[in-house]
Design a protein around this ligand. Sequence first.
Ligand SMILES: *Cc1c(COP(=O)(O)O)cnc(C)c1O
Length: 373
Amino acid sequence: MPRPLQAVIDMAALASNHAKARALAPRSRVLATIKANGYGHGLLRVERALADADGFAVCEIDQAAALRERARSARGDRLVLLLEGFFSTPDLLVCSREGICPVVHDRAQVEMLEQTRLESPIDVFVKMNSGMNRLGFAPARFGAAVERLRGSSSVRSLTLMTHFAAADEEEGVAAQLEVFETHAAPFGGLRRSLANSAALLRYPQTHADCVRPGIMLYGVSPFADCTAASLGLRAVMSLEAEVIAVQSLSAGDRVGYAGVFRADAPMRVGIVACGYADGYPRHAPTGTPVLVDGRRSRTLGRVSMDMLAVDLTGMPEAGVGTPVVLWGGALPVEEVAAAAGTIAYELLCALAPRVPVREAFPDAPTAPSVAAG
Ligand SMILES: *Cc1c(COP(=O)(O)O)cnc(C)c1O
């Protein structure tokens, strides 16, 4: 029997969240952001779940090529955006051959484009740094970059792009949006792409021609002050394990490495088959929420590589084999992340390759069980 730990991916929830993005931005193309292995859910698994996607956004060129390859039969027009663009001339040639659309964010990339003969011209997203100071042309240089790309025979189409630093915060998008609109104004005829999940959900004025939702597709709220359920999103990943041992502690007994948890009265502790090598955060302190047999409990002491401890107080029926949910279902991953001092993005992306994945199709009349992909 395998170790009792698995990630369950709700394929119907993925499709439902994608439909939600579409419904909120009905006049925009929806580019599903599936970088970082589909935020830990599996690149091609997410691609399969989103059969009607207009396109996808990733960071690695081999993944972009794989997505274009799969689009060729079904959706030849499916846009695959390479978020950091190409890093070399060979990569640029791959973009041209495979029909991948790169982001162009600096002068070196413009020069590479001008100096390379391509099999066929490419579609480009040209990026403005409207205030995040990560990637993109400075606003004052943006117009010149657009003109140069427009003049290049290697470029078939241009989309103007920027990315928001604080769409999920109180600060919002206003300042960056103004910078973008001011410096993009001379190019009224070109398409635009601005919105991540937070902007898509909260700022319809950012939807433009093409939105780039990521985290919302996975059923996670980008906002600290607002749950995914209240946004109409359905959690996609559950991390599920079982109790594999029970310890009865006396007052004063300690649990796990360094004994950082100490019982102040007799208690029962469940040892669960999930640790930081599975992607559970090691920095989750005592008290991080878990579901034991569907009921809320808490972790105790340090998370080990392969195991962690949970409180079985008040659960006399719990024992070896009792199911434990680390996140998912009634326990939003956002809550676990907050308890561990991080964000849900990081927990989802960190799901380890050693954790088996099961795909669930709860909305289907019969639920086929499908192996990893
Ligand atoms: C990751 C990313 C997104 C998606 O962001 P979410 O917050 O997950 O919606 C969109 N655009 C760019 C440029 C990104 O890097």
